[in-house]
Every structure is written in C-alpha cells, then in structure tokens.
Write a protein that binds this ligand. Structure first.
Ligand code: NDP
Length: 497
C-alpha cells in the first residue's frame, strides 16, 4: 500500500481502483472496480434491503442513523485523514467538512417523521364525505453520484435525506475519492449489519452511467454541469427523476455600509478554502465605489498571509491546473491586473492565492467555473449594478452580501438558491435549510425539509367516511343536487375578497 503513482491520478490495476495523494503520489488506498453487471446486482440487493429499511419506520431508521452519526463522530480524525490523503485538503478542513456532514445526518434523522410522516388533510366541498390523507413514500433505491472536492459532506447530504425517507442507497463516489466513499459505506454497515442499505460501487464515469440506467427510483447527482447533463440524459431514457447539484460561479457583493474587514475575511475564506475547489466558493466580488479600495487592500493583506502547502492544499485533479492557468492568463491578456499571485501562481500541484482586479466581464475568470484559489474584484457604482453583474451568469448556486441597511433586500434579488448575509458558505452549516441551485447550477434540493421531500413521492389517499349528502362525482347525482352544490359554491367562494 505504499506504491507511488502519478500524483492525483487514479488508476485501475488488476480490477482495483487506486487513488493517490495529489501532493505526493502516495497511494491512498484501493477498492474493487464495478462494472454494469455489478452495479445492477447492487441495485437488486438494495431493493430487498429497501423493503426492510422502510419497514423499520421513521423511529427505527432514526435510531440507526443516529448510531451511524455517533460512529462518524467517534472516528472523525480517521475520516479527516482519509480525506486528506485522497484530496490533499488540510486535516482541519476535513474535520470541519465531516462536522457539516454530521449536522445533516442528525437533522434528517430527527426530522423525517415530522416532515414526511402521514397526515390527515381537511376535506373540501366536492367530496365532503371523504377524508384526505397525505403520505410520503420512498422511491425504493436511490442512486447517489458524488464529486471529489467534498467527498464527505456532498454525498452525506443526499444520503441522509434518502435514508431518512426510507430508501436504500447505491453510492458511486468520484474516482478520486473512492476510499472515503468506501469508509462511509463500511461504517454504516457496522451499525446496520442486517441488510446492505448503503452500498458503494466504484469506477469511472461509465459506472455512474450504469447506475443511472440500473432501474433506481431516483438519482441524486453532485458534480459538474457538463456531467449533470449527461446524467439527466441517461436518466431520461427511463424517466428516472433526478436532483442535480452542479457547478457555480458565486458572487459576493460589498455594499457601502459593510464591515469591510469582515467582508474581506469572509471573501478570502469563501474563495480560497479547499484551494478554491468549492462549488459554492466565492469566485467574483462586486464592491461598491466608496469601499472598493479599502476592500481590495484588506483582501490582499489577508490572502497574502495564506501559505501554499499549508492552508492552501494542492489542486486535487491535475487537469484542473491547466484550466486555472488559462483563466488567469485570459484575465491578464484582456486587461486584468493581478494584485496578488498571477501569471506564475500555478506551480503543480499548488496554486498560490491570486486576486485579480479590472477583469473584463467576457473573460473566463468571470464567466466559467475556475475552481482554484483565485478571486476577481470588480468596482461597481452601487448595489443595483452589483446585483446586475452578479446575476449575469448562467450559474446560480450560492452567493453572499456584506452590508447593513439593504443586505437582505440585495440577497433576495440574487438569482441563486442560497445567499449568506455577512458571511460566506454559512448556509451549508444549517441542516434545516435547503441547498441547491438554479440555471446551470442544477435543480432540486438536498438538506432541510425540502431535501427530505426530494427523496419521497407524495401520495394522496381519500377515504369515504359516510353517505354522500351532495354527491357530485357520480352519474347518480340529480340536477337538484348539482344546484345545491353550486349554491354552496357561491356561498363559500362567490363573495369578493
Ligand atoms: P464530475 O462531474 O466530473 O463528476 C461527478 C461524478 O459523476 C463523479 O463520481 C464522476 O465519476 C461521475 N460521472 C462522470 N461521468 C459520468 C456519466 N457520464 N454518468 C454518470 N456519472 C458520471 O465532477 P467533479 O467530481 O469534478 O466535481 C467537481 C464539480 O462538482 C464542480 O463543478 C463543482 O462545482 C461541482 N460540485 C457541486 C456541488 C453542489 O452541491 N452543487 C458540490 C460540490 C461540487 P468519475 O469521477 O469517476 O469520472
């Protein structure tokens, strides 16, 4: 287990997928590779497991999910170390990521009964003799496909919602982080040994494609927008519903009454944490004229203190280095200026923090997901211009606003699924808030009550409770009864509000 490979490049040898440390090339671990047959067999096993898991009811599932939560907490250092060895991210980042995952697991387990439990609904005029009942039924088996950048929290979000709703899971982790994925399934099996309720299948994109076509009831995908479209196309073949958590180009707005120092601190964290490899990472800042200079100065001072190889880990996917370099070069060629880092910031496998100003709106640094520790800061006249520019993107995942008087109003106007006011990325820390995007960032929600409903089908049941006084939905009704119904309709709904 000590072989050295090309840093960060997963390889398959003798049917085993080997993942490596992107900084050193040291082997992080190896797992067996699945093929289409193995994926289908896993889904078959999951079907039986799902029936048992659903039969446990909300309380039985909650107990087991909370046991898994506690086990993760007890072994959190081990999980953070594995994450470090596969992605290169600092151990402390791994610990915080695992903490967020625990939050989502705990919330989903504790709240599923309240959100999804069966309930009676009030009867209505046309069917007054019937009672209404609403239930949320699980899909059976849910396929979860995950990325490498947050290999703990990105899959644990949908896995928590889907498990709590009563589904079994077949999970395909990224080829860059299979060992973390395996760890999640193995620890779950320690607390739920009876049936394979959470299985993992490993491999490259073809294994994810096979999962989409395997007959699962729903697919929860997290990854790039390009792959999200392939996943949706594969799922469309059998009308399998999808929730798609894709990329972003999140903006931060600094208004004139913002705490500039706090905004700079948050911008640097939001842009540079995990070396910028964060779907909800801040990639663009729009700062209004009166605070612009102070803000740029504070960002450069704070980002300049970050140590490459310490707080800033390696770029996990080697091919991303070329994209980051291209974006920086394109920005500079089009008239942008580097006030920190710049043209020579990319030194594989690291990228030094880079802050760019005066970057034209048509450059790739502004338009495409860079996924590196770079940040553009653009001077704007006022908050209206900031909102217009922030929304001028095909993506719409998260965002951030710093300010006092108008901050929440500005937050509402951002075209995105989440916004942090006077913070960055904070919404991911709340298990009771939904998470997801608009536009090219995908659709559907994980986390919170909406994230639970995403993994269940609403089922409506009506039950006849007595004889029909005013039968409407039968050929046996008389014209006089219809008159009575219309009279009741006028009484109930005819008056002007
Ligand atoms: P990718 O889209 O490359 O891969 C995501 C997953 O899909 C991987 O497991 C991958 O497998 C698999 N896959 C690849 N091709 C197919 C296919 N044809 N059918 C089914 N599955 C397939 O994304 P990355 O792993 O590079 O992750 C980075 C991206 O994820 C960024 O764009 C980032 O913004 C986004 N992201 C979004 C988040 C959100 O919540 N909105 C959160 C975190 C990241 P393999 O790796 O083996 O190719």
């Amino acid at each position: 287990m000590t072989a050295t490979h090309v840093p960060g490049l997963p390889v398959i040898e003798d049917g085993q997928l080997i993942s490596t440390n992107p900084a050193t090339g040291a082997e992080a671990g190896r797992v067996p590779v699945a093929d289409e047959k193995a994926v289908n067999a896993a889904v078959e096993r999951a079907r039986e497991a799902a029936a048992w898991w659903q039969g446990l009811g909300f309380d039985g599932r909650k107990t087991r999910m909370l046991r898994w939560r506690s086990l993760i907490v007890q072994r959190i250092e081990e999980l953070a170390a594995l994450t470090h060895s596969e992605t290169g991210k600092p151990l402390t980042d791994g610990l915080i990521e695992a903490t967020a995952a625990v939050e989502h697991l705990d919330w989903a387990a504790r709240n599923a009964k309240r959100v999804l439990g069966p309930r009676r609904v009030r009867t209505r005029l046309l069917v007054a003799e019937h009672s209404g009942h609403l239930e949320y039924q699980p899909f059976g088996v849910v396929g979860v496909i995950g990325p490498w950048n947050y290999p703990i929290v990105t899959p644990v979000g949908p896995i928590s919602g889907a498990l709590a709703a009563g589904n079994a899971i077949v999970f395909k982790p990224s080829e860059y982080t299979p060992v973390v994925g395996q760890w999640l399934a193995d620890t779950f099996a320690e607390v739920v040994p009876e049936h394979p309720v959470l299985q993992v299948v490993h491999g490259f994109g073809d294994v994810g494609g096979a999962l989409c076509r395997s007959g699962v009831g729903k697919v929860a995908f997290t990854g790039s927008t390009a792959t999200a479209k392939k996943v949706m196309a594969a799922c469309a073949e059998n009308l399998v519903p999808v929730v798609l958590e894709a990329g972003g180009k999140d903006a931060l707005i600094v208004d004139d009454d913002a705490d500039v120092n706090l905004a700079a601190e948050a911008a640097v964290w939001g842009a540079m944490t995990n070396a910028g490899q964060t779907c909800i990472g801040i990639e663009r800042v729009y700062a209004v004229e009166p605070v612009y200079d102070r803000f740029v100065e504070a960002v450069v001072a704070k980002a300049g203190k970050l140590r490459t190889g310490e707080e800033i880990g390696p770029i996990t996917m080697p091919k991303q280095l070329d994209i980051i370099r291209d974006h920086i070069e394109d920005a500079l060629a089009k008239g942008g200026r580097a006030v920190l880092g710049g043209a020579d910031a990319v030194r594989a496998p690291y990228v030094a923090p880079t802050v760019l100003v005066d970057v034209p709106a048509d450059s790739s640094e502004i338009r495409e997901e860079t996924f590196g520790p770079t940040l553009t800061i653009t001077r704007v006249r006022d908050a209206d211009e900031a909102v217009e520019k922030a929304n001028d993107t095909a993506y719409g995942l998260g965002g951030s606003v710093f300010g006092k008087r108008n901050a929440i109003r500005i937050a509402r106007r951002l075209r995105s699924g989440m916004v942090a006011v006077n913070g960055t990325l904070t919404f991911v820390g709340m298990g009771n808030l939904p998470f997801g995007g608009v536009g090219e960032s995908g659709f559907g929600r994980i986390h919170g009550a909406d994230g639970l409903r995403e993994f269940a089908r609403a089922k409506a049941i009506t039950v006849r409770r007595g004889p029909s006084l005013l039968p409407a939905m039968t050929f046996e009704r008389t014209p006089a009864q219809v008159k009575q119904i219309v009279k009741a309709l006028r009484l109930l709904y005819g008056r002007k509000p």
